[in-house]
Design a protein around this ligand. Structure first.
Ligand SMILES: N[C@@H](CCC(=O)N[C@@H](CS)C(=O)NCC(=O)O)C(=O)O
Length: 206
């Protein structure tokens, strides 16, 4: 039996936000199923053996993860507003941006989780190492963006979405990291992204 496609996600996950933005930009309909993988009653492991969100459930019940696989799938199923170029070189350039932005988010998320552990169990070295990745990643993204309007090429695409989700996650969990002042070009692009309903409607909430 065919069902409506579903996205299993928490409302705070920056990776799920990337998927929600891609689906909205491409006008792909789905049912949002909110599930927090950290909570005792979570069903996420039934859909993804890794126990992580986002998970996309296809009409036939098959599942897709992780966010990079899902967004590539969504871009391929609808011709509306292509977010990944078809040509190999520009396509890989966008996916490299996505890896960089997602990597910043991954490192920041590790810090957030480490800081939630009881103080004696926290490793300051681990936190410093991950924060170093966040700083280096922000610097690299600012340098690569330079004075361009968008991350790659002449149009908004998945690279900009991934960057926006990384910056939005830093705002949400690390308001003390003042990336706007350090990198005005990232700030300008972020403001432009926030004019899009898909970004405004997916701001992380606790
Ligand atoms: N590489 C994955 C990362 C997903 C991820 O780390 N999700 C977090 C929430 S932001 C999660 O579900 N964590 C639960 C866990 O690690 O058990 C993706 O892009 O989808």
């Amino acid at each position: 039996m065919n069902h409506k496609m579903q996205l299993i996600a928490s409302l705070t996950s920056p990776f799920a936000r990337k998927v929600r933005i891609v689906a909205a930009e491409k006008h792909i309909e789905y049912q949002l199923v909110v599930d927090v993988p950290w909570e005792a009653g979570t069903h996420v492991p039934e859909f993804n053996p890794l126990g992580k969100v986002p998970v996309w459930v296809l009409e036939d019940g098959k599942t897709l993860f992780d966010s990079r696989v899902i967004v590539e799938y969504l871009d391929s199923v609808s011709p509306v507003g292509h977010l990944l170029p078809r040509e190999p070189r520009p396509r890989i350039a966008v996916k490299r941006w996505e890896a960089l932005a997602d990597g910043v988010t991954d490192a920041a998320a590790l810090v957030f989780m480490e800081r939630k552990r009881p103080a004696p169990q926290q490793s300051p070295e681990w936190i410093t190492r991950q924060l170093g990745k966040v700083s280096a990643g922000l610097k690299a993204m600012a340098e690569e963006l330079a004075q361009q309007d968008w991350c790659t090429g002449d149009n908004f695409n998945l690279a900009d979405i991934a960057l926006g989700c990384a910056l939005g996650y830093l705002d949400f969990r690390f308001p003390e990291i003042d990336w706007r002042r350090a990198y005005p070009n990232l700030s300008e692009l972020y403001d432009r992204l926030m004019q899009r309903p898909a970004f405004r409607e997916t701001i992380p909430v606790v």
